[in-house]
Design a protein around this ligand. Structure first.
Ligand SMILES: Cc1cc2nc3c(=O)[nH]c(=O)nc-3n(C[C@H](O)[C@H](O)[C@H](O)COP(=O)(O)OP(=O)(O)OC[C@H]3O[C@@H](n4cnc5c(N)ncnc54)[C@H](O)[C@@H]3O)c2cc1C
Length: 531
């Protein structure tokens, strides 16, 4: 029953991953009232487990996904300008050897083996060059340099690779700190009026004529609450189908295909700042990427995943697959002993009936159901790279059902801390070290990468490291943790060391436990003060 004392919100968003938070920010900036519920921490699912690239997706060209690739390519620079702290350009080195053979069943390889049967199982150099030419020219590229050819003989890029690789192609894409992207969108949405409710699970949603009645539960204290909304946006990622079937109970045939992708992290494997794009004989590709200064990130896999509630982990088979794949290229033979961390996520892909997980479309699909009253918009698929465009498309659908929705505005508008020029990072680090001489280079760079122009506000009036309170290790201070609790919805050590930053790679279990206990004490004193 509708409770007339509860003011309805225009849109109620289920899911605090990149799609939910991106839509919340866009909608709030267009003057809509917005409530977003996330059952765990923000970005606790797929949106902190990606390969962390703003990329066009070179391999999708083989599947003729031109719409997606073009949109993503154009988007890279739009996003880079709005968040030059958490995103930066990277060069990708694609080693080439003419003896390489592939078991590939992409539309391109089928076409090639039809018109040139002698090419079956090969990805010739001219085809790669053609792909890279399209990659350079499909989308507006002003900041990022184009493709070049590179010798691997006596060059830093060739040094870690096996001798048989003499030549490579080099092209541009960008890095993105995925979980920080999510939290910055949530913060900006809140600054524009949205209500962001982490650790709040949607239990059910029922239509009452032209309004939704949504029941939520606070997952920390069990309290339940009723909200009314004119429209629901289901941005549940891997749970989009579960929400349709068990929370909203729609009669819908739309399906999601869950495809797990895992990564391994090793100590730094080479000494330059470029990434590698390795092609495998199974037709797949993996990346090896410089990660968190002292590490290398290798991924990913494509494996079917049955149930979103089964926490994805990198299985021993996936770990062996990635190690063996990398060992086809690196001189240094990797083994399980080199792996210091793994993570895994589930891609919520639109079920387009593709034969394999690798072939399933990475494009997004938006479906509105307005049968029987208030509308719900279900979001399938999507990339981190296209989240802003996905939000614009979502708002277009919303505007067909709600009145007075203003036009698009997010292109070029900086996220919190991102209001500085794309090439201004080094100057910001130097300035921060000038103002706070106790910061070493690692610390200053880490703070500017995470917080951009907001870094100084965390340090406040500190004149020495001790002024920042307790030192949790690896440059993490009490002042920074309190700031994350007050401004970025952090509640536990895991939120801090695996999503607001990646200091979990450098802190011991004991140090993380100490942080967790300290945060619990501060949460308690916070709630006492509020009583
Ligand atoms: C291995 C891998 C690598 C990838 N690499 C890249 C890349 O390099 N570049 C790129 O552009 N894209 C990449 N992607 C794709 C990208 O990560 C995803 O498309 C994107 O993160 C999906 O975001 P989302 O918001 O839809 O889902 P999610 O981030 O999963 O968010 C959905 C949220 O909904 C919440 N939720 C579910 N049910 C409820 C409920 N009942 N109540 C409240 N909350 C609920 C969940 O807790 C979850 O946090 C990659 C994906 C994977 C898996």
């Amino acid at each position: 029953m509708i409770d007339k004392t509860i003011e309805p919100t225009d849109i109620f968003i289920i899911g605090g991953g990149i799609n939910g938070c991106g839509i919340a920010r866009d909608a709030a900036g267009r003057g809509l009232s917005v409530t977003l519920a996330e059952m765990n921490d923000l970005a606790s699912a797929t949106s902190s487990a990606s390969t962390k690239l703003f990329h066009g997706g070179l391999r999708y060209l083989e599947y003729f996904e031109f719409r997606l690739v073009r949109e993503a390519l154009v988007e890279r620079e739009v996003l880079l300008k709005a968040m030059p702290h958490i995103s930066w350009p990277m060069r990708f080195v694609l080693p080439y050897h003419e003896d390489m053979r592939f078991e590939s069943d992409t539309p391109t390889s089928r076409l090639l083996s039809y018109v040139m049967p002698w090419m079956k199982g090969r990805r010739p150099a001219w085809l790669i060059r053609l792909g890279l030419f399209m990659y350079d020219n499909l989308g507006g590229r002003h900041i990022l340099p184009g493709t070049s050819t590179l010798s691997l003989k006596d060059t830093p890029e060739g040094a870690p690779l096996q001798e048989r690789f003499a030549k490579a192609y080099e092209y541009s894409d960008c890095w993105i700190e995925d979980s920080r992207l999510v939290v910055l969108n949530a913060r900006d949405a809140e600054a524009r009026g949205a209500k962001i409710l982490p650790r709040t699970k949607v239990l059910s949603a029922t239509r009452e004529a032209d309004l939704w009645c949504v029941e939520t539960q606070n997952t920390e204290n069990g309290d339940t609450q009723i909200h009314h909304a004119r429209m629901i946006v289901n941005a549940g990622g891997p749970w989009v189908g579960d929400i349709i079937q068990t929370k909203v109970r729609l009669n819908s045939r739309e399906g999601v295909r869950l495809v797990r992708g895992s990564h391994i992290v090793t100590r730094k494997l080479y000494d330059h700042d470029k990434c590698y794009f390795f092609q495998g004989s199974d037709g797949r590709i993996i990346f090896a990427i410089p990660y968190e200064t002292d590490f290398t990130l290798i991924g990913t896999t494509d494996a079917e995943h049955d149930d979103p509630s089964n926490k994805p982990v990198c299985t021993p088979d996936e770990q062996s697959y990635l190690i063996n794949f990398a060992n086809q290229y690196f001189k240094q033979d990797l083994s399980d002993a080199d792996v210091v961390w793994t993570y895994s996520g589930v891609r919520p892909l639109y079920d387009d009936g593709a034969s394999s997980a690798t072939a399933a479309t990475r494009d997004y699909t938006l479906k509105v159901d307005a049968n029987g009253g208030a509308p719900i918009l279900n979001i399938f698929g999507g990339k981190i790279t296209t989240y802003r465009r996905l939000a614009e498309s979502a708002l277009e659908k919303v505007s067909e059902h709600l009145a007075n929705v203003k036009g698009p505005w997010t292109a070029g508008v900086a996220l919190p801390g991102g209001d500085f020029p794309v090439d201004g990072f080094d100057a910001m680090v130097a300035d921060l070290q000038d103002r706070f001489p106790f910061l070493n280079a690692f610390w200053a760079r880490r703070l500017v990468r995470a917080y951009g122009t907001e870094a100084a506000s965390i340090l406040g009036t500190a004149r020495e490291a001790d002024d920042l309170g307790k030192d949790f290790g690896a440059t993490l201070s009490a002042a920074e943790v309190l700031w994350l609790m007050e401004n970025e919805y952090a509640r536990t050590a895991e939120d801090v060391v695996w999503r607001r930053n990646k200091l979990g790679l450098r802190l011991s279990k004991d140090q993380i436990d100490t942080l967790d206990t300290w945060m619990a004490t501060h949460r308690r004193s916070e709630s006492k003060a509020a009583e």
